[in-house]
Ligand binder design. Structure first.
Ligand code: ADE
Length: 228
């Protein structure tokens, strides 16, 4: 998969995505990530990417021209253009799974009060938000989405099963239960006996029950309860 990130702060994405599992996946050629400075697509001497909002109001709005030039440069047959914005569709595991089946993603990252809406109308296939809070910049949000998508690509996670048996994926959507490793007793607390029993059916049932209890406690909305 090819991924291009267009932002005035490429280093914000390069840091997290150049490290650990995604960094290694890129080195191995499992995913190719391009980092593009939006200012490289300006044509004026000051490399200006923002301007005053029509109709007044606080803050600046990002100009359309550099985004149009960037997309014209990067988009090809079958590309999907994603705009990161708090006004977007909520990003969830199911969206990560859909995006992981694409061949080319172009992420446009906003800054300031917003981006000229003609960019969204003319160029964007999907507006995405990573949560109900406002970041200073969409680049961190794009890095979150790219991380979640990249780990689903074939070969990126060593053990293929670990992408399947986890919270938010699959049918019966509830959170995972707790995990333990050695030692069996630490800080006066013992690992639950069932995990030491070797009884795989009992272990699976225990994990299911713990996952459900945690979901009831932390995310009742996943079980059709109250939105949190
Ligand atoms: N830009 C600023 N806040 C954001 C958010 N929550 N999701 C996506 N992009 C953003």
């Amino acid at each position: 998969m090819k991924i291009d990130i267009v932002t005035i702060f490429p280093e914000i994405a390069r840091g997290p995505l150049g490290t650990s599992i995604v960094g290694r996946a890129a080195e191995a050629g499992l995913v190719e990530i391009g980092y593009h400075d939006l200012r490289d697509y300006t044509t004026d001497r000051h490399r200006q990417v923002d301007d005053l909002p029509y109709g007044g109001g606080p803050g600046m709005v990002m100009k359309p021209e550099p985004f149009f030039a960037a997309v014209a440069d990067l988009r090809r047959e079958g590309s999907k253009v994603v705009m990161m914005t708090p006004q977007g569709l909520p990003f969830r595991q199911a969206v990560a799974e859909d995006l992981s089946r694409e061949s080319h993603l172009v992420f446009l990252c906003g800054h300031y009060e917003g981006v000229d809406h003609r960019v969204v109308e003319a160029l964007v296939d999907l507006e995405l938000s990573i949560g109900d809070y406002v970041l200073t910049n969409g680049t961190l949000a794009a890095a979150v989405v790219v991380d979640a998508v990249a780990r689903l690509l074939p070969g990126v996670l060593g053990d293929g099963r670990s992408a399947e048996v986890e919270s938010f994926s699959g049918e019966g959507r509830h959170l995972e239960g707790p995990h333990y490793t050695r030692p069996a007793e630490y800080a006066g607390r013992r690992v639950p006996e069932v995990l030491l029993s070797g009884n795989h059916a009992a272990i699976a049932a225990w994990r299911e029950q713990e996952g459900l209890a945690r979901t009831r406690r932390n995310r009742p909305d996943l079980l059709g309860g109250v939105e949190v």
